[in-house]
Design a protein around this ligand. Structure first.
Ligand SMILES: [Mg+2]
Length: 100
């Protein structure tokens, strides 16, 4: 399992331990829009959080399609974050849980 996949699993596992809808998407699968966040999660209030996971070595690149989908999510009142470490996820999670 690559570093990005490991990070994605750790975050998914964390989110599944909370009272949320969690969907780990399959990028590149036929039928999945290009740029769809790696993880889509919704809290009990209906607030959506899209997470684009990147490898922790800093060499991950956010594609134009991923940015475009991120903008659409934000425009529609959701949150969208690019995450390249568990620490970064914890910061984003802190924001998510304190801004409610
Ligand atoms: Mg990714």
């Amino acid at each position: 399992m690559g570093q990005e996949a490991r990070l994605q699993s750790a975050i998914t596992k964390f989110l599944r331990s909370k009272d949320r809808f969690v969907n780990k998407t399959q990028g590149g699968n036929p039928g999945t829009d290009t740029g769809t966040p790696d993880i889509i999660t919704i809290d009990l209030g209906g607030r959506l959080l899209g997470l684009e996971i990147k490898r922790p070595d800093g060499h991950g690149v956010v594609s134009p399609e991923q940015k475009a989908i991120g903008k659409q999510i934000i425009r529609n009142g959701g949150r969208w974050e690019v995450i390249d470490s568990f620490e970064k996820f914890e910061e984003a999670w802190q924001d998510v849980t304190t801004l409610i």
